[in-house]
Design a protein. Structure first.
Length: 163
C-alpha cells in the first residue's frame, strides 16, 4: 500500500547508513584540517585542544559549498539563498538575490529541480554499481545461522561461559 520494500542490513554496520556516515567523515576531515592548520587555536606544544570554537565557521563552510551530488549548496536548497560570508562584503559589484525579489521562487525552484535530477542520477549510478556485486542472502526462515555476540552486552554470567 505504501510502496515500501523490506531491505536487510547488518547491525552495527556503517555502510547501511551511508549518507550520515559520509557526512560525519567529511566533518571529521574538516575539523582535523582546521585544527591542524589554524594557528589561533594551538597551545604551546602546537596541538589544538579546544576544537569546538571553530565549529560555526566549519558549518558555514559546509553549508555554502557546492556538493558533488546535488551540484548546489545545502543552504541554497534549504533557504533558496546562500548567506553572505566575510569575503562577500569585500566585493564591490555583489549581486544578491533577496528572498523578496520577484524571481526568487523561480530561481529556487530551478535549483531544487536541478538538485533532484542530480540526486536521481547519482542514485541510479550507485544502484547499478551495487547491483553488479551484491548477492541476495540464500537463507530462509527456519534456517540455522551464526550470530556474532560481539555487541550483546546484556548477557549474564562469567565471560568464559558466554564465549
Amino acid at each position: 500500500m505504501l510502496g515500501t520494500k523490506l531491505a536487510f542490513s547488518t547491525a552495527y554496520h556503517p555502510q547501511t547508513d551511508g549518507l550520515a556516515e559520509r557526512m560525519i567523515q567529511t566533518m571529521e576531515e574538516k575539523i582535523r584540517r582546521f585544527c591542524a592548520y589554524c594557528m589561533e587555536y594551538k597551545d604551546h606544544e602546537g596541538y589544538t585542544n579546544y576544537w569546538v570554537t571553530p565549529l560555526p565557521a566549519i558549518q558555514l563552510a559546509y553549508n555554502t559549498i557546492l556538493h558533488s551530488t546535488t551540484r548546489k549548496s545545502p543552504s541554497l536548497l534549504e533557504k533558496g539563498w546562500n548567506p553572505l560570508q566575510p569575503v562577500d562584503h569585500l566585493k564591490k559589484n555583489l549581486l544578491t538575490i533577496h528572498p523578496t525579489s520577484k524571481n526568487f521562487h523561480d530561481i529556487w525552484k530551478k535549483a531544487c529541480d536541478t538538485a533532484s535530477r542530480c540526486i536521481a542520477e547519482v542514485k541510479e549510478y550507485n544502484k547499478q554499481r551495487y547491483d553488479k556485486t551484491h548477492k541476495e542472502p540464500d537463507f530462509k526462515e527456519g534456517d540455522k545461522v551464526l550470530v556474532s555476540m560481539l555487541n550483546f552486552n546484556n548477557l549474564k554470567g562469567p565471560k568464559k561461559m558466554r564465549d
